[in-house]
Design a protein around this ligand. Structure first.
Ligand code: ASP
Ligand code: MG
Length: 485
């Protein structure tokens, strides 16, 4: 048997971490399916850790609950709590037979619902909802579901136990998007999980949630359960991390837009990172960080089609053949332009512009500056535009008065369409094909950026052109591009 050293405790054998996303545990039918998947893997691994999200829709409902509480709407938050209770109780009725385990689960759930009531009442009375308070509320969805899922496994005869990741993952205190502190996390994870593994217990761990060094509940950001699985995979030096979702794996494009989007069997860490960043909703963007360093393969699999092997994501750099792997789109954006003839050669304009943007916490998705230096443009989420423009105007008041800068303006309703593929590195002609495709379709390109990694080319187009742009790039560059090879 292989003995691996992890943290300060030893862990034996091969470890698999697998995570079930919200839809994979979103109904009793789905939960049954997910439990069967776990059952199928139990004997194949020395150590198996399961991570679960809240049932689909629960996190949204909890957010709504806290928001209605702070607005003073008691009836409405009570209604949401009742609906949430019914959702879980309904699943329990359909999934579990009457026994001691079920009784214990119901008691546990009662406790969590009581906590929810207390938190909402507190928020309501104080009339204040802090990010920390919000994390306390939203953490309950995962807590409920880990207990439910573990009980289902127990009734199937699997030795299992629910576990709150608050006793595994240590984070800083940036509530709602907390950052893990890896050394402390590694230590706690091995201390807590290794004894369970030794007893052949399968922990069902809450995704998404963690705790600060002081033990206060935090969360890793929406969709963060993938990240939980990857963090644990890293800490346990897992053989593989699997994320179970409701699609066959990573696709060449969003199948709702491109009817002949294809399934991608293998993709590299760098490509998936760009895809997650540029709007493909298949993985939380931070997920790959922890697995890259240890070169742990990450699989995206379909709970509802387990026969399909899914997409394997790993560190292999497939040959640069000019091939483009996928095309994505991010919507709801605006393009802000700072322009003026007097900007030429004046140092510090870009720095001051972006400092003004940063003061709003608005994330800049793309930047481009013409080499004539007469304009800087960048793309930000539309909801931040009015404030950002006001702030840049304030910062540049002098330059505007002197007409070094002529205007700061925004083009609303733009979309970033990005073609991604490690294969385009150092291969000329890829952008020509891409722009050729857009030209044929008579789509106006508003701005262009290529990451220096050369893993992606992004174009900004009008929202009205976005779907056509995605389809055309997919057809000409991915489908026809692969035919030529
Ligand atoms: N339940 C959380 C959310 O909906 C985390 C997750 O699903 O990954 O954002
Ligand atoms: Mg979710």
């Amino acid at each position: 048997m292989v003995v691996k050293k992890v943290g300060n405790a030893s862990q034996h054998g091969r470890t698999l971490v697998m995570k079930f996303g919200g839809t994979s545990v979103g109904s009793s039918q789905a939960i049954r399916q997910a439990a069967n998947i776990v059952q199928g893997e139990v004997s194949r691994w020395d150590n198996l850790a399961v991570v679960v999200s809240a049932m689909s829709g629960v996190t949204d409902a909890l957010i709504c609950c806290a928001q209605t509480a702070v607005m003073g709407n008691v009836d409405q938050y009570e209604e949401i709590i009742t609906a949430l209770y019914e959702k879980h109780a309904g699943a329990i009725d359909e999934l579990l037979i009457f026994d001691e385990k079920r009784k214990r689960l119901l008691l546990d759930l009662d406790g969590l619902f009581e906590t929810l009531q207390t938190l909402c009442r507190g928020i309501h009375i104080m009339g204040e909802l802090t990010p920390r308070g919000m994390d306390a509320v939203v953490s309950l969805g995962e807590r409920m579901n880990s207990r439910l899922f573990s009980t289902v496994l127990q009734q199937q005869g699997i030795h299992s136990q629910p576990l709150d990741a608050t006793c595994l993952i240590v984070t800083d205190s940036s509530f709602q998007h907390a950052q893990p502190i890896m050394d402390a996390t590694r230590m706690k994870t091995s201390e807590t999980l290794n004894p369970l593994f030794q007893e052949k217990i399968i922990p069902v761990i809450t995704g998404f949630i963690a705790a600060t060094e002081e033990g206060i509940t935090s969360t890793l950001g929406r969709g963060g359960s993938d990240y939980t699985a990857a963090i644990l995979g890293d800490c346990l030096d897992a053989e593989e991390v699997w994320t179970w979702t409701d699609v066959d794996g990573v696709m060449t494009a969003d199948p709702r837009i491109v009817s002949d989007a294809r399934f991608i069997p293998e993709v590299s860490y760098s490509e998936i990172a760009e895809m997650a960043y540029f709007g493909a909703k298949v993985l939380h963007p931070k997920t790959i960080r922890p697995v890259v360093e240890r070169n742990i393969p990450l699989w995206v699999k379909n709970t509802f089609n387990p026969a399909c092997p899914g997409t394997r994501i790993d560190g292999t750099h497939r040959a640069g053949d000019g091939h483009i792997t996928a095309v994505t789109a991010i919507r709801g954006l605006s393009l802000v332009t700072v322009e003026g003839h007097g900007m030429l050669g004046v140092p510090g304009i870009a720095a001051r512009t972006f400092a003004a943007v940063a003061s709003h916490d608005a994330s800049v998705l793309m930047i481009s500056q013409s080499s004539s230096e007469q304009s800087i443009c960048f793309v930000i989420p539309s909801e931040a535009v009015a404030q950002v423009i006001e702030d840049i105007e304030e910062e540049m008041a002098l330059e505007l008065a002197r007409h070094d800068i002529d205007r700061v303006w925004a083009q609303p309703d733009v979309v970033i369409v990005t073609a991604i593929g490690a294969g385009m590195r150092q291969i000329p002609g890829v952008s020509a094909r891409l722009f050729g495709a857009l030209g044929k379709e008579r789509i106006n390109v508003i701005a262009i950026a290529q990451g220096s990694s050369e893993y992606s080319i992004s174009v900004v187009v009008d929202a009205a052109d976005a779907d056509r742009a995605v389809r055309k790039i997919h057809e000409e560059v991915i489908i026809n591009g692969s035919k030529k090879e």
